[in-house]
Design a protein around this ligand. Structure first.
Ligand code: ADP
Ligand code: ADP
Length: 226
């Protein structure tokens, strides 16, 4: 689980995140929703220490992340980006194997787990030998998710994961995402500026404006209790 306690971050004179607090439990998807520049990405990146807060504390699975080595912390956290971050000159299999290799997994284990995760994300095994550029946007996004999930992290952070997709692909991949068995027990934080996406995918929505949380609650709470 994740606990964010009164966290703030400035860039020079810009107060990007101001006294933000929330908790996310296991199996829950919390969505940070708001217009561009409201502090969503900064908040997300503080959870895996890509950005260090100026004030406040963040606990991941009960541990204060400021006291952990970033590389140890990130082993337990999957991170998915809008532009997927896949290496174009690596095959899909090589992209998925990057972190398992760093962790020293045996070749056979990497192979079997890669096959398993690719199947769970509804991608054909034949894509393992393809290069990202040979796949559609939706398929690339699934590979990005496969790469984040291959080591079975307990936490998954996603920054506009469907942002680069066309509308039709976006709608269908969203539906698929909701039913993924692999995500059932993850602690998830997702960033989006798309209100429809937030209402469809969130267990709870954290509405942000100018670095602050304006409202936080289930989609129903937000609709019926203004
Ligand atoms: P969002 O993800 O909601 O679009 P960000 O967290 O990216 O918002 O940005 C919040 C604010 O902080 C914005 O005003 C943005 O311009 C500013 N900001 C973000 N990153 C930097 C940076 N590296 N240097 C200076 N300002 C930044
Ligand atoms: P996104 O909208 O996907 O969050 P941005 O375009 O806001 O991405 O930011 C892209 C990168 O530029 C990020 O690493 C962010 O920290 C940085 N950045 C954002 N705003 C500023 C800014 N005003 N000055 C410097 N860097 C910024």
């Amino acid at each position: 689980m994740i606990k964010v306690e009164a966290v703030s971050k400035s860039y020079g004179n810009t107060l990007a995140v101001k006294q933000v607090s929330f908790e996310v439990s296991e199996g829950e998807n919390l969505i940070l929703l708001g217009t561009s520049g409201c502090g969503k990405t900064t908040t997300l990146k503080m959870i895996n220490r890509l950005i260090t807060p100026d004030a406040g504390n963040i606990l991941v699975n009960g541990k204060d992340i400021a006291k952990e080595k970033p590389e140890v912390l990130r082993r337990g956290i999957g991170y998915v980006l809008q532009n997927t971050g896949l290496f174009p000159h690596y095959t899909v299999a090589e992209n998925i194997a990057i972190v398992p290799k760093l962790l020293g997994w045996e070749k056979e284990k990497i192979k079997s787990r890669s096959n398993e995760i690719i199947e769970k994300l509804h991608l054909s095994e034949k894509y393992l030998s393809a290069y990202p550029g040979e796949l559609s946007g939706g398929q690339q996004q699934r590979v990005g998710l496969a790469r984040a999930l291959v080591t079975d992290p307990s936490v998954l952070l996603m920054d506009e994961p469907f942002g680069a997709l066309d509308n039709v692909t976006r709608t269908s991949i969203r539906k698929e995402f909701k039913g993924l068995e692999e995500l059932k027990r993850k602690t998830m934080v997702m960033v989006t500026h798309d209100i429809h996406e937030a209402f469809e995918l969130a267990d709870r929505i954290c509405l942000m404006n100018k670095g602050e949380i304006v409202q936080i609650g289930t989609p129903k709470d937000l609709l019926y209790k203004p």
